[in-house]
Design a binder for this molecule. Structure first.
Ligand code: C2E
Ligand code: MG
Ligand code: MG
Ligand code: MG
Length: 287
């Protein structure tokens, strides 16, 4: 690596930057081949209705097992995929796989669940996005009501007219929309009543230590009152124990997701342990 200081006396690279730079280069090179090498897969995490105690949905979460690099977390490669534009083919693969899998499960006779798919900003802003979604639904035969798209607040905050038209086209066709990581962005709430949004997912940082954390209690309560007012349903994410579950349930939150209910798990395991036991699936603390 470049050890010498530049002639103006500033050190341009240090070994950390160098390391990050090469890591990114290698990641990008490997990610370009990940689809054709069949290195991507989806894990599914259950979402629980807090009134009935039943699983009503699942979030699809991408996993990358690179033959060169081993398991790379989506927290690392999704931002890179966005920077490089690779999110378009990768995101399309994820959407298609999630819809196809969900349709297969419905066809096998399991109780139909909604599958939530994370959509990154660059995907959403692509002019062909809404057509792609409708095309994938048609191609896979999944009824639109069993697809939910998770977008983040930063998407919701850009180019309002465009977001309104994309969201209304999709929701008119029956697709559900959730705002992910709600409360984490520093957005105004004004956009919420302009957009067709079905769910808000309360960011997991506000769920942590809930019964004991006064700031988080205040934040969660205010999110709940906004959602009630706008008639948007709430999903609490990152539920890790019974206390957190009970707390959000008592406050009036309709749905919950988190390790306490179930970890994200590969399709075959989800099928066996969640779908296959859906009537018996019980969580301590409800029903
Ligand atoms: P997210 O969409 O907010 O997903 C929730 C993350 O929280 C997941 O991490 C999940 O495994 C984790 N999680 C679930 N329950 C708990 C819990 O009880 N406690 C804690 N501490 N964490 C929990 P994961 O799978 O590593 O994904 C991280 C982020 O990467 C996602 O956040 C999402 O922004 C992005 N991502 C993951 N899959 C996809 C994808 O298919 N497409 C896109 N565009 N982004 C994705
Ligand atoms: Mg999500
Ligand atoms: Mg997210
Ligand atoms: Mg989230």
């Amino acid at each position: 690596y470049v050890k010498d200081k530049g002639k103006n006396g500033f050190q341009i690279f240090n070994s950390d930057m160098n390391h990050d730079f090469y890591r990114k280069m290698v990641l990008e090179k490997e990610l370009r081949q990940a689809i054709e090498r069949d290195e991507l897969s989806l894990h599914y995490q259950p979402q629980l209705n807090l009134e009935s105690g039943r699983v009503v949905g699942m979030e699809a979460l991408v996993r990358w097992d690179s033959q060169e690099l081993g398991r790379v977390s989506p927290g690392e490669f999704i931002p890179l995929a966005e920077e490089t534009g690779l999110i378009l083919p990768v995101g399309e693969w994820i959407l298609r796989r999630a819809c196809r899998q969900n349709k297969e499960w419905i066809d096998q006779g399991y109780e139909p669940l909604r599958v939530a798919v994370n959509i990154s900003q660059m995907q959403f802003m692509n002019p062909k996005f809404s057509d792609l979604v409708l095309q994938v639904l048609e191609e896979t035969g999944l009824p639109a009501e069993y697809l939910e798209l998770e977008i983040t607040e930063n998407i919701a905050m850009t180019d309002e007219q465009r977001v309104i038209s994309v969201l209304s086209k999709l929701t008119k066709n029956g697709v559900k929309v959730a705002i992910d990581d709600f409360g984490k962005g520093y957005s105004s709430l004004g956009y919420l009543n302009k957009y067709s949004v079905d769910y808000l997912k309360i960011d997991k940082t506000f769920i942590q230590d809930l019964p004991y954390h006064p700031d988080n209690i205040a934040i969660v309560k205010s999110i709940i009152s906004v959602a009630e007012h706008l008639e948007i349903e709430l999903i609490a994410e990152g539920i890790e124990n019974e206390k957190e579950l009970q707390f959000v349930r008592e406050l009036g939150c309709q749905y919950a997701q988190g390790y306490y209910i179930g970890h994200p798990t590969p399709a075959n395991n989800f099928e066996e342990n969640v779908l296959g036991k859906i009537g018996q699936f019980r969580i301590n603390g409800i029903t």
